[in-house]
Each structure stands twice: as structure tokens, then as C-alpha cells.
Design a protein around this ligand. Structure first.
Ligand code: NDP
Length: 446
């Protein structure tokens, strides 16, 4: 490994020994920047890598709110403003009990590269809370969101930092957050994306990450294998926003989704998942995926999430959460003849799984490239808000497809330039970093 990169990585390990997700992301990204560091001496001279991995600022705050029993509950809130070299900070908010500084720092670091890959002017950020929305009433979620925004509003703005949704934050939460921002500031402006259509949201934003994932995967299958989704059996983990709309697009492109999951287990329906039923259970009722087999008697529910990867399939789309697909799972998929693994979630494959896919010639795309459709359409939502216009669904979908195919082309071409044709992980990291590094060098030391 290049000595400068090694020095930066060792520094991170010394400073943040307990931040395992953050270190995992840094250990994946930094070694693939060797070509960039060697080609441009200014990166080392200006300590660009140290500044790239160290967020501009981390905002941490207490969120106190009142539950339905009248008791005061306390959570921790965060906003990580990682890098704004190429545009205002941009990245989702995650509400999940596992949220901590390490998880958000990994997500924010990935977001810098992802946003750069879209070609739109957006810097990287991420935020959230260890608030667990499971089992909370609408009123409790609203009071939590209001309390969260009572601190966050000081740090965000349409030209400063524009949050969006992520795990546990969908249209309902974005609506409550937006309402509170408006109340506190008196300003009606595009401070959040993923908004409802009646107050400045973009058509196709809800579907964007899942659809974009499939546009990317379809292009990769075509260019790298002369193949397509047609007739393929597909596993989709998760049953949230990303998973559901990935499954929808897979079906439209001629594939069959045979299994989906949530944090309690997975359902296997060999004839093809009934997506309307999944939407009814997970989106409308906020229920459990296990309820699926109460209606579809021929399907099976198995407890535990990891088992889904043991099912025989052609294509795997991990769309749930980080480190959900490990080395064992990758071995099972490869033994069963998988041809592609395209990440819908952020960092769902462990380093061992990534390595196995790349070594064995399975097409593997990292989330920062293949799930960039969500933030890309968020970028388009920002444009529409600035223009005070709304584009048609067809127009947004067409732009999304173009952006995803462009991301694939850039990652693929970069992997070839760096002598590892088809290594999309290397291509994504190196291509995404290039623009950010150039902007940081041009803007001087800050
Ligand atoms: P949601 O909250 O809508 O859905 C998350 C889904 O994953 C739920 O079905 C949840 O189950 C399930 N899940 C959570 N943990 C596990 C686990 N260990 N095993 C199996 N399933 C699990 O989130 P999103 O769909 O928005 O996000 C999913 C992933 O995609 C995240 O990594 C996110 O960062 C990433 N992403 C999201 C984008 C977006 O636009 N929303 C954009 C880019 C990336 P349960 O219902 O039981 O909680």
C-alpha cells in the first residue's frame, strides 16, 4: 500500500479505535485511491486524504420528547457535515436503534463519493438518531421529529445542508420535519428532499433508489455479460423503501423476485413475490414480513435474515442494511451460480464478501454507485424547488436512468484505466474521489 495512504489509515485507527463501521469504510476506500495519490502530488502535499476522511463538523444534540403516556423520552441526535467541496452537504437521516457516531461517519464518508458520482453539485453529509420508530404512534413520531428539528434547523438550509430520508425516515417523517422547520424559521424552502408531492416533492423520488439500482444493474449486465434481468431469479433483502421499488423494477424488466426479508426473517415465494401484498403489509400497515405467509399459503417464512442468501438465485440485491451479506453468504451465492450482486443498501457486503465476488468474477457494484439514484433524484428535487417548477414522472425517470447509466459507464471506464477492468468498487472510489480532490485543492486550505 502507498505509504501516505497507510499513514492516514493508521492515524484513523489510532484516533477512532472503536468506530468499526467508519474504519471499515475507510479501509475499503483509501487503498483504491492509490492511483489518484500517485498521479497528483498535490493530494499528499495538501493533506487532502486527512481532510477527506475527517468530517468538517459533527453536530450532536439531545432530543427530548413526550410519549403517549406523558413520559419524557430522551434520544441522541446527530448531523455529520462531512464535505462541501462540490456543493451543499447532502445526505439522509436515519432513525434506528443502532445509530451511533461510527455508523453515521461511515455513511457520510460514502455519501461524499456517491454524490460526486451523480455528477450533481452536492457535498456529503448524514445524520439521524438512535430513536426506534418501531411500535411508535404517529403522534409520538411527530413529536420526536419536531424535537429533532428544534435543534437541527440551526445547521441546515437549502444552500447549506439538505437532509433527506434513510432507514426509518420516509415521507411521514420528512413531512413532520419540514413542518417544524417552516414553523421555526418562517421559511418555505427546499431544506429537505423526499418531501410530499403537495409541498415541493419530486415525482419518482420514492421509487428512485430502487429503480436506479435496477437501471445500473441492467446496464452492467448488458455491457459486462451481454445479459439482462429477463428470466432471472432475484433475491432482494429488506422490504423497505429501497427493496420494494427495486423489486418492482426487477419485475418490470422481466425478472422474478423470489424472496424478500425484514429484520425478523425472510419469505420465500418460488413463483414470485406478490409485491402488492408486501406493500400493503410493510408500507400501509407497517407490519412484519411474516404476515405475508398468512395470505400466500404456498410461501414460506424463515426466521433470521442471513438464510435468504442460501436460496438459489441469479442476481442478489442486498437492500436492507450494512454488513448483512458476509463471506459465508457470498460463498453460498457463488456456489449457487449467482452472476451479479448489486448493492441497494449502504455497505451491505462485508469486505470478505466483496473480495470473493470480485475474485470469482461475479459482477459486484458498491452501494455508493448503484444506490445513488435516491440522492440523484433528491438533487433533481432541489433543482425543481429552485426553479419553482415540477417535472413530469417521465422526465425525472428518464434523467434518473441517464444518471445511473452514466455512473456505471464512469466506474467501468475508470476500472479499465486503472488496469482492473470490471472492478466497479475500484472504479467508483477512484472516479468519485477525483472531482472532490480537485475542488478541495482549488479551494485552498480550510
Ligand atoms: P427502510 O427503513 O425503508 O427499510 C429498511 C428495511 O431493511 C426494512 O424492511 C427493515 O426491516 C430491513 N432491515 C433492517 N435491518 C435488517 C437486517 N439486519 N436484515 C434484514 N432486513 C433488515 O430503509 P431504506 O429502504 O430507505 O434503506 C435501506 C438501505 O438502503 C439502507 O442501507 C440505506 O442507507 C440505503 N439507502 C437508502 C436510500 C433511500 O433513498 N431511502 C438511498 C440510498 C441508500 P424492519 O421493517 O424489520 O425494520
Amino acid at each position: 500500500m502507498n505509504a501516505y495512504i497507510e499513514k492516514v489509515l493508521n492515524g484513523l485507527k489510532e484516533r477512532y479505535p472503536d468506530q468499526k463501521e467508519f474504519l471499515q469504510a475507510a479501509e475499503e476506500i483509501l487503498p483504491s485511491l492509490e492511483g489518484a495519490v500517485e498521479a497528483n502530488p498535490l493530494i499528499e502535499r495538501d493533506n487532502i486524504l486527512e481532510r477527506f476522511v475527517e468530517p468538517d463538523r459533527i453536530i450532536k444534540f439531545r432530543v427530548a420528547w413526550v410519549d403517549d403516556q406523558g413520559k419524557v423520552q430522551v434520544n441522541r441526535g446527530y448531523r455529520i457535515q462531512a464535505n462541501n467541496a462540490i456543493g451543499p452537504y447532502k445526505g439522509g437521516l436515519r432513525f434506528h436503534k443502532s445509530v451511533n457516531e461510527s455508523v453515521l461517519k461511515f455513511l457520510a464518508l460514502e455519501q461524499i463519493l456517491k454524490n460526486s458520482l451523480t455528477g450533481l453539485p452536492m457535498g456529503g453529509g448524514k445524520g439521524g438518531s438512535n430513536f426506534d420508530p418501531h411500535g411508535k404512534s404517529d403522534g409520538e413520531v411527530m413529536r420526536f421529529c419536531q424535537a429533532f428539528m428544534q435543534e437541527l434547523y440551526r445547521h441546515v438550509g437549502p444552500d447549506i445542508d439538505v437532509p433527506a430520508g434513510d432507514i426509518g425516515v420516509g415521507a411521514r417523517e420528512v413531512g413532520y420535519l419540514y413542518g417544524e422547520y417552516k414553523r421555526l424559521t418562517g421559511r418555505y424552502e427546499g431544506v429537505l428532499t423526499g418531501k410530499g408531492l403537495s409541498f415541493g416533492g419530486s415525482l419518482i423520488r420514492t421509487q428512485a433508489t430502487g429503480y436506479g439500482l435496477c437501471y445500473f444493474a441492467a446496464k452492467a449486465l448488458e455491457v459486462m455479460r451481454g445479459d439482462s434481468f429477463k428470466g432471472k431469479k432475484v433475491l432482494v433483502s429488506g422490504s423497505g423503501n429501497v427493496a420494494i421499488f427495486a423489486a418492482e423494477k426487477v419485475t418490470q424488466l422481466g425478472g422474478t423476485v423470489i424472496a424478500m426479508s425484514d429484520s425478523s426473517g425472510y419469505v420465500y415465494d418460488p413463483k414470485g413475490i406478490d409485491l402488492d401484498l408486501v406493500k400493503e403489509i410493510k408500507l400501509n400497515r407497517r407490519g412484519r414480513i411474516s404476515e405475508y405467509v398468512e395470505v400466500r399459503k404456498e410461501a414460506k417464512f424463515e426466521q433470521g435474515c442471513a438464510g435468504i442468501w442460501k436460496l438459489k438465485c441469479d442476481i442478489a440485491l442486498p437492500c436492507a442494511t450494512q454488513n448483512e451479506l458476509d463471506g459465508e453468504a457470498a460463498k453460498a451465492l457463488i456456489a449457487n451460480g449467482v452472476i451479479g450482486c448489486f448493492e441497494g443498501a449502504n455497505m451491505p457486503c462485508t469486505p470478505e464478501a466483496q473480495k470473493l465476488f470480485i475474485e470469482k468474477g461475479v459482477i459486484y457494484s458498491p452501494g455508493k454507485a448503484s444506490n445513488a439514484g435516491g440522492v440523484a433524484v433528491s438533487g433533481l428535487e432541489m433543482s425543481q424547488n429552485s426553479l419553482r417548477l415540477s417535472w413530469s414522472a417521465e422526465e425525472v425517470d428518464e434523467r434518473l436512468k441517464g444518471i445511473m447509466e452514466g455512473i456505471f459507464a464512469n466506474c467501468y471506464a475508470t476500472s479499465e484505466e486503472l488496469g482492473e477492468k470490471g472492478n466497479l468498487l475500484l472504479g467508483a472510489n477512484a472516479y468519485g474521489f477525483k472531482k472532490v480532490a480537485e475542488a478541495m485543492i482549488a479551494q485552498g486550505v480550510y
